[in-house]
Design a protein around this ligand. Structure first.
Ligand SMILES: C[S@@+](CC[C@H](N)C(=O)[O-])C[C@H]1O[C@@H](n2cnc3c(N)ncnc32)[C@H](O)[C@@H]1O
Length: 223
C-alpha cells in the first residue's frame, strides 16, 4: 500500500512569483539536476521532423536540445507559468540559433492550450512533482489528449519509490517552506500507468540520497 504523497498547497500566483524570482540564478542552483534531465532527453529520443512539447521548461536548456534534435523540419513548443523563465528561455534559444523553431506560451499547464493529437512527444523534467496531487492525473490525461497515437512521454522526477531519510527530510522542509520548496517526491511510474500510459523504460538514480525516477512511456490512445 502506497503512503500518500505530500500535497502542493501554494497557489499558482505564488508559483509564478517564486519562479520569477528564481529565474536569474536557476541555472547555477539546479546544475546538478542536468545529468538526470539529459538521461530523460535520451529516453524521450526526439527525432528529426517531430513536434515536441516541454511542460515547465524553466530557463530552456532542454528546449535548446529538443530544438536541435528535431532540426529545421521539426517544431518544439513549451509552456511555463513564469514570465521570467519564458524570457530567460527565449534568450537562450535565440543565442543557440534555434529560436525560430520554438513556440513558447506563458501559462498554467493544467490546461494545455493545444489541439488533440498534436505532439509526437512530451517532456517533463522536475516539473510533474510541482503539481498538486489532484492535478496530476488530469494533467497526464491532458497530455494523452494532445499526444498522437504512439506518442511518447518522458518524466524526470523526485521519487517516493523509497522513503529514506533524504525523502523524509525533503518532505519535512517542503511542509515548512511550501512556497519556496514547492515540489515533493511522487510515484511517477504508478501515476503514468494510472493515467493509461504504457511504460517503456524506467531508471532510478540517487541524487544526494534523494531517489530520481526517469520514466519513458507511450500513449496508444486512438490506435
Ligand atoms: C523546477 S523547475 C524545472 C525547470 C526545467 N524543466 C529544468 O529541468 O531545469 C519547474 C518549472 O515549472 C514551472 N511551473 C511551475 N508550475 C507550473 C504550472 N502550473 N504550469 C506550467 N509551468 C509551471 C516553473 O515556472 C519552473 O520553470
Amino acid at each position: 500500500m502506497e503512503e500518500e504523497m505530500k500535497r502542493v498547497l501554494r497557489t499558482k500566483e505564488e508559483a509564478r512569483r517564486s519562479y520569477d524570482r528564481k529565474a536569474w540564478w536557476y541555472d547555477m542552483a539546479a546544475s546538478f539536476e542536468r545529468y538526470y534531465t539529459d538521461i530523460g532527453l535520451q529516453l524521450l529520443s526526439p527525432r528529426v521532423g517531430e513536434t515536441i512539447l516541454e511542460i515547465g521548461f524553466g530557463t530552456g536548456g532542454s528546449l535548446v536540445e529538443l530544438a536541435q534534435a528535431v532540426g529545421r523540419s521539426g517544431t518544439v513548443h513549451g509552456i511555463d507559468i513564469s514570465p521570467n523563465m519564458v524570457a530567460a528561455a527565449r534568450k537562450k534559444l535565440n543565442r543557440a540559433g534555434v529560436g525560430d523553431r520554438v513556440t513558447l506560451i506563458c501559462g498554467d499547464a493544467t490546461h494545455l492550450p493545444y489541439s488533440e493529437r498534436y505532439f509526437d512527444g512530451i517532456f517533463m523534467s522536475f516539473s510533474l512533482e510541482l503539481f498538486d496531487t489532484p492535478e496530476i492525473l488530469p494533467l497526464l490525461h491532458e497530455s494523452r489528449r494532445v499526444l498522437r497515437p504512439r506518442g511518447r512521454l518522458c518524466t524526470v522526477s523526485l521519487s517516493r519509490i523509497e522513503v529514506n531519510t533524504a525523502v523524509k527530510l525533503y518532505e519535512f522542509l517542503h511542509t515548512i517552506f511550501p512556497k519556496s520548496l514547492d515540489c515533493r517526491p511522487i510515484y511517477s511510474e504508478n501515476l503514468l500507468r494510472e493515467a493509461g500510459f504504457d511504460i517503456d523504460e524506467k531508471r532510478v538514480f540517487s541524487m544526494y540520497g534523494l531517489p530520481i525516477e526517469i520514466v519513458a512511456a507511450t500513449s496508444y490512445d486512438g490506435e
